[in-house]
Design a protein around this ligand. Structure first.
Ligand SMILES: [Zn+2]
Length: 317
């Protein structure tokens, strides 16, 4: 593979579609964004995905060797199907087939769940370069995760591995969009921040959030930074759930590193990373926690990881 070859990456987010065109060295040659607007239906979203890919393809000055797509939900990378993408309202979408048909060329399309795809990007071009065993948390509107084990994406028997956003840490807890109660995502994500603020609002009538019309994750984040009592209650709850999931991942996967990314993840990384690092020794044995690093993601676009699916996929053909 030479530097002359290019790859397109697509990240399907709950609110936006991110596209990048990269070369083998990881340089971003072009970027594009479109709204996801999942309420318009899957057909409209797929049309925008195809339009975004075509926009970057038109700007490429060297051959594009593939497209990588990272999607929320349960992604079957073999059949190219996305299932149960709750935030998109997708039950089962044959994404590869649909995108392929509309692109009208023979570009190979590689798919993965967004957590695994972004983790791969971190290994190729980010903070985890040279690290073959690590766990990635994408903290954004929702909670995504991925793990690299011995340099490979961990996807499991049915590609559901690391679907920890919907791990019901407290089965009697807050109702989640997936139908379960007490999912990690309902505490440690933008959705979780908002749900927490709404749940405790009546206990904190003096909170700055009490006068906010439609509370967003950023409102809660700003209130946390301002030391608002309600927001700090939401924060403590999020951090406790993250301590639990870090300990679970540490003992099951024995990673050398935890990487925190995602929009909200970047915003809270400075506050969160020292807390996670200092707490893990209380929840796991020294053999598990010694030497574990906690780092903020260095990848600047959520679509770079999906683009790396192309390099990774082609290298295994
Ligand atoms: Zn859930």
């Amino acid at each position: 593979m030479t530097d002359e070859q290019l790859a397109i990456g697509v990240d399907i987010g709950g609110t936006k579609l991110a596209f990048v065109l990269i070369d083998r060295a990881g340089h971003i040659l072009a970027e594009h964004r479109l709204p996801t607007d999942p309420l318009q239906g899957e057909g409209a979203v797929i049309e925008r995905i195809v339009a975004g890919i075509a926009t970057l393809r038109d700007r490429a000055e060297h051959p594009i060797v593939g497209v990588g797509i990272g999607s929320p939900g349960h992604v079957d990378p073999v059949r190219g199907i996305v299932r149960n993408a709750v935030n998109l309202g997708w039950e089962a979408v044959e994404l590869r087939k649909a995108v392929s048909a509309q692109l009208a060329d023979e570009l190979p399309i590689f798919m993965q769940n967004d957590g695994n795809a972004v983790a791969l990007g971190e290994m190729y071009y980010g903070v985890a370069q040279g690290c073959s065993d690590f766990v990635y948390f994408a903290i954004g509107t929702g909670f995504g995760a991925g793990a690299i084990v011995h340099g490979e994406m961990l996807d499991g028997a049915n590609f559901y591995a690391l679907d920890i956003g919907h791990l019901a840490l407290d089965p009697t807890g807050r109702l989640c969009t997936c139908g379960q109660r007490g999912c990690l995502e309902m505490y440690a994500s933008g959705v979780g921040f908002v749900a927490g603020a709404q749940a405790y609002l009546s206990d904190y009538p003096d909170s700055v959030l009490a006068n906010t019309d439609a509370i967003t994750g950023s409102d809660v984040f700003n209130a946390i930074q301002a030391g608002d009592a309600l927001a700090l209650c939401v924060w403590d709850e999020a951090v406790e759930h993250l301590h639990q999931i870090v300990a679970i991942c540490a003992v099951t996967l024995n990673p050398a590193m935890f990487v925190i990314g995602g929009g909200l993840g970047h915003a809270i990384a400075d506050m969160l990373l020292p807390l996670l690092e200092s707490e893990l020794p209380s929840r796991a044995l020294p053999s598990v926690y010694e030497g574990v690093q906690f780092a903020e993601s260095q990848i600047t676009s959520s679509a770079i990881g999906p683009a790396c699916l192309v390099w990774h996929g082609l290298s295994r053909r």
